[in-house]
Design a protein around this ligand. Structure first.
Ligand code: CMP
Length: 138
């Protein structure tokens, strides 16, 4: 049991062969994977998922990038999942991410930053439902 967060392994990390290493770090940190899918985002999917960033100057780049290749989406469970996962992944900009964090180890740039992590319990539920609306409850 515990709280849930939502993650994506982003196209750069998939392309660079880091799915296994990232999942291992996630498990070693005490998260249980409760749903997981390798998939790809359509432009519509990416625009909807990142709608909160629609007015940001980097929105076009973000949508281009997130539709550039396959991703792995997953729901993770652990006590204090949202905050602990953000600690595990490190700062948005890998140049500022702490040693040993997933972004420090595997990210390419601020846009191609290897992984997504929800920023609140509310968004974790919304984002998880975006990918796993039916199946994760079974
Ligand atoms: P994340 O925090 O998962 O969700 C929003 C994403 O926007 C963020 O990861 C980055 O990948 C991306 N992003 C944030 N800032 C920039 C930026 N300055 N330029 C390009 N992409 C960005």
């Amino acid at each position: 049991a515990g709280n849930r967060t939502f993650t994506m392994i982003k196209p750069d990390a998939v392309e660079n062969g880091h799915i296994g290493a990232i999942l291992a770090k996630i498990n070693e940190a005490g998260f249980r994977i409760v749903a997981m899918e390798m998939t790809a985002l359509s432009r519509k999917d990416a625009e909807a998922f990142y709608a909160v960033h629609a007015e940001r100057p980097f929105f076009g780049e973000l949508v281009e990038y997130m539709t550039s290749g396959p991703i792995v989406a997953a729901i993770l469970e652990k006590d204090n999942a949202v905050a602990d996962f953000r600690t595990l992944i490190g700062a948005t900009n890998p140049a500022e991410a702490a040693e040993g964090t997933i972004r420090k180890l595997y990210a390419t740039s601020i846009a191609a930053n290897a992984v997504h992590g929800s920023d609140s319990d509310e968004n974790a539920a919304i984002e998880g439902n975006f990918f796993f609306a039916q199946r994760s409850r079974h």
